[in-house]
Design a protein around this ligand. Structure first.
Ligand SMILES: C[S@@+](CC[C@H](N)C(=O)[O-])C[C@H]1O[C@@H](n2cnc3c(N)ncnc32)[C@H](O)[C@@H]1O
Length: 234
């Protein structure tokens, strides 16, 4: 029966319903491509470029979560990776496909919610997330970790960039419980190094640091008040 909780998925859905419906929000967000949002730039994250430059990451199978208009997915493809990139916003995927076509790179873009993905277990060498995780509600965090774990091969890498607490672009300093009391993620949750370490404690930490600030225009992207983290699947 509707609104009866029989299993864990019903519980997650009920908690989802307390918060903003994300697809409409993100489609609206991308409807004006000229509104000066920093990550609307078309260059990859500085941390991602550094992992390749330092020979930590090598070409392989990549899954990007919340790829938006595709700037990091394109970089992975240009480095010789085979890329599956997913985002729930149809508008962002359209934009990403246009960019990839202009640059003549082939990427498998998927317009889906990451929690509805039917992934091939152990397919990926790298899972990448730039700014999606901080928009994931706390009750979905366990599913998120499970997804990353299922997606990765043993010794695969998981990398993330996310808001620090109280940052200038976002990063709500609220407890997880407060999300449900206020029925809002307040534009994205803020994290600390310690919180990331605890949340991703099943993975081995390779590096956690502040994102470097890169004055634009440039060939890499970096903004203040973001954390970048790289983990290895045990
Ligand atoms: C801040 S944007 C970052 C976009 C891109 N990664 C970048 O850095 O250019 C966050 C993205 O995550 C996507 N997103 C949020 N929740 C998602 C979910 N549950 N499944 C798939 N995509 C999601 C949004 O549609 C949005 O494009």
């Amino acid at each position: 029966m509707k609104e009866t909780i029989y299993d864990y998925d019903d519980l997650l859905e009920m908690l989802d319903s307390l918060l903003r419906e994300p697809t409409e929000f993100w489609d609206n967000f991308y409807s004006d491509r000229n509104k000066g949002i920093p990550f609307f730039t078309d260059v990859p994250d500085e941390n991602l470029v550094s992992y390749f430059k330092n020979n930590i990451l090598k070409p392989g199978n990549v899954l990007e979560l919340g790829c938006g208009p595709g700037r990091n997915a394109i970089y992975f493809a240009q480095r010789g990776c085979t890329v599956d990139a997913v985002d729930l916003s149809r508008e962002s995927i359209k934009w990403a496909e246009e960019r990839a076509n202009e640059k003549n790179v082939s990427i498998n873009f998927m317009n889906e919610n990451i929690f509805d993905l039917d992934i091939e277990e152990g397919k990926y060498d790298i899972v990448y997330d730039a700014g999606c995780f901080h928009h994931i509600a706390p009750h979905r965090r366990m599913s998120y970790i499970d997804l990353v774990n299922r997606a990765l091969k043993p010794n695969g890498y998981f990398a993330i960039t996310c808001f620090v607490e109280g940052g200038q672009f976002g990063g709500a300093e609220i407890s997880d419980w407060e999300v449900y009391r206020s029925r809002s993620l307040m534009g994205g949750l803020g994290y600390t190094e310690e919180k990331l370490r605890l949340i991703f404690r099943d993975f081995k930490e390779v590096e956690i640091r502040k994102m470097k600030v890169i004055e634009q225009p440039n060939d890499t992207f970096g903004v203040p008040d973001f954390l970048t983290a790289l983990f290895l699947k045990n």
